[in-house]
Design a protein around this ligand. Structure first.
Ligand code: C2O
Ligand code: CU
Ligand code: CU
Length: 481
């Protein structure tokens, strides 16, 4: 049980945010017009390590049809610890749904939980009716089912999770992986999808009550145990010297920003929330806020062991705040004289400089109600029922995200992509398309959002307790001409 933190600091605010030393790119955008539906010769999808793949029940090569069940499951988190969790199809993380760009995905969803839920497809630019937003879709009641049916427009590493009592349901284990493969995706020796989560759990495998303590209201629920791909154990796998792998990383934690590094191998960042980067970049430390994804390319130059760490601030015996490294995954690399394969970087079609049509501000704040409850607000409103903004399809909007209150807020917008604009600070120097961005305490971040997907879209803080306590709103994109 080496992954229990000795003494945790509740605040992710205290996380050392070195930022990613990455290079800034011009505004990028996926060009949809090139995604034609040429009758595909059957593209063989790579196997992805990290969770079982969901079986495709439909023989049509362009339709992925699967059955997904949310259920109560006793999960063995390690040899010594079982816990009563929620899972999709009995597995933590939930199974991988694999598709190709342009595929139709049909998900027969069955809710076997004792409570209502929905499934949200985080990052996918699909129709809002299929987005799992309880503002649009009536939650699927206990024992009921629902058919999700959508077309996946862009390649990338996505994930799915509920959007009802989200802080509890995700913490209990309801999250899974969805990968959309592009036609030009580079080939690797192996692909892995790692979920890097933390949960709050006691020695008996019980999850303490939700939203009962002030630190949880303030900073979100940070855990005392790290779960890599659903296990308290270090994830172990084998590789060969000279192998080059693609790792897709997602942080499904309620609140904790992960700060990742690798030893014994080299890596570079090749993809973000919105798919492959035009230009991969090197970094030592990868900051992975909740909700976000990064794809990294890992090269094993030497035999031996490669280790993935996350760095956490803890208190030492003298009550000093120090950074400690926790091991998440370990590759045993056998010796070989093979040279690392040369990855020919595809021509990622993203460039599309667009004129900004509108500028807006979203302010993140907190207040106490008269009864003493904590409310987190977006532009002064908690759980606003009216949209924050109404835009028109095709609008390009510069949005300034102003964090006026304490801890960091990972801002997430459903159904659209945005880029983070460089404003001179290290931590905004992030290329690529995003659906989530970290807005550090008392700081401002500027994004440019490409509102190309009409509908009603949730906009919220992905610290799930903040969202639950009010930091949740909606942006409307009206259909254009
Ligand atoms: Cu991960 Cu509202 O989303
Ligand atoms: Cu989402
Ligand atoms: Cu927040």
């Amino acid at each position: 049980m080496r992954k229990y933190f000795a003494l945790l600091i509740a605040s992710s605010l205290l996380f050392a945010c070195g930022g990613e030393d990455s290079q800034q790119q011009d505004t990028v955008f996926v060009d949809e017009t090139d995604q034609t539906d040429e009758t595909s010769e059957e593209q063989v999808l790579p196997e992805i390590w990290g969770a079982p793949a969901l079986e495709d029940e439909n023989p049509d090569p362009d339709v992925v049809e699967v059955t997904l069940r949310a259920q109560e499951t006793s999960v063995s988190l390690s040899e010594e610890l079982d816990a009563d969790m929620y899972t999709y199809n009995g597995h933590l993380p939930g199974p991988i749904i694999q598709a190709k760009v342009g595929d139709r995905v049909i998900v027969h969803f069955e809710n076997e939980l004792p409570e209502a839920t929905t499934v949200h497809w985080h990052g996918l630019r699909i129709s809002d009716e299929m987005d799992g937003s309880p503002r649009i879709q009536d939650p699927v009641e206990a024992g009921e089912s629902f058919e999700y049916d959508f077309v996946v427009p862009e390649a990338g590493s996505y994930w799915y999770h509920p959007h009802v009592r989200t802080n509890e349901q995700i913490e209990k284990g309801l999250y899974g992986l969805l990968v959309v493969h592009g036609e030009d995706d580079p080939e690797y020796d192996a692909e892995r999808y790692l979920t890097i989560d933390d949960i709050l759990i006691d020695q008996n495998g019980e999850l303490p009550g939700f939203l009962e303590r002030r630190p949880e209201f303030m900073h979100g629920r940070t855990g005392n145990a790290l779960l890599t791909s659903g296990s308290l154990n270090v994830a172990e796998f084998e590789a060969e010297q000279g192998d080059v792998e693609r790792w897709r990383l997602v942080n499904p934690a309620n609140a904790r920003t992960m700060s990742l590094s690798i030893e014994g191998a080299s890596w570079r960042v090749i993809g973000t929330d919105g798919g492959l980067l035009e230009q991969p970049y090197e970094t030592d430390r990868l900051t992975l806020p909740v909700g976000q994804r990064f794809d990294v390319e890992v090269t094993y130059e030497d035999e031996g062991t490669a280790t993935l760490f996350t760095h956490v601030l803890v208190r030492d015996e003298n009550n000093e705040v120090v950074e400690d490294a926790f091991e998440l995954a370990e590759a045993s690399i056998s010796s070989s004289d093979k040279n690392p394969r040369q990855i020919e970087w595809p021509d990622v079609q993203t460039i599309d400089q667009r004129q900004v049509d509108d500028e807006q501000v979203i302010e993140f704040d907190v207040r106490q109600t008269v009864s003493g409850a904590t409310e987190w607000t977006l532009n002064g409103e908690a759980n606003a029922q009216d949209p924050l903004f109404t835009f028109t399809e095709g609008d390009t909007v510069r949005i300034r995200l102003k964090n006026n209150a304490g801890p960091e807020h990972p801002f997430h917008l459903h159904g659209q992509f945005f880029t983070v604009v460089d404003d001179g600070r290290d931590w905004t120097d992030q290329p690529g398309l995003k659906d989530t961005v970290l807005v550090p305490g008392q700081e401002e971040v500027e994004i440019i959002a490409y509102l190309d997907n009409p509908g009603r879209w949730m906009a919220h803080c992905h610290i799930l307790e903040h969202a639950e306590l009010g930091m949740m709103s909606e942006i409307v994109v009206e259909p254009g001409q």
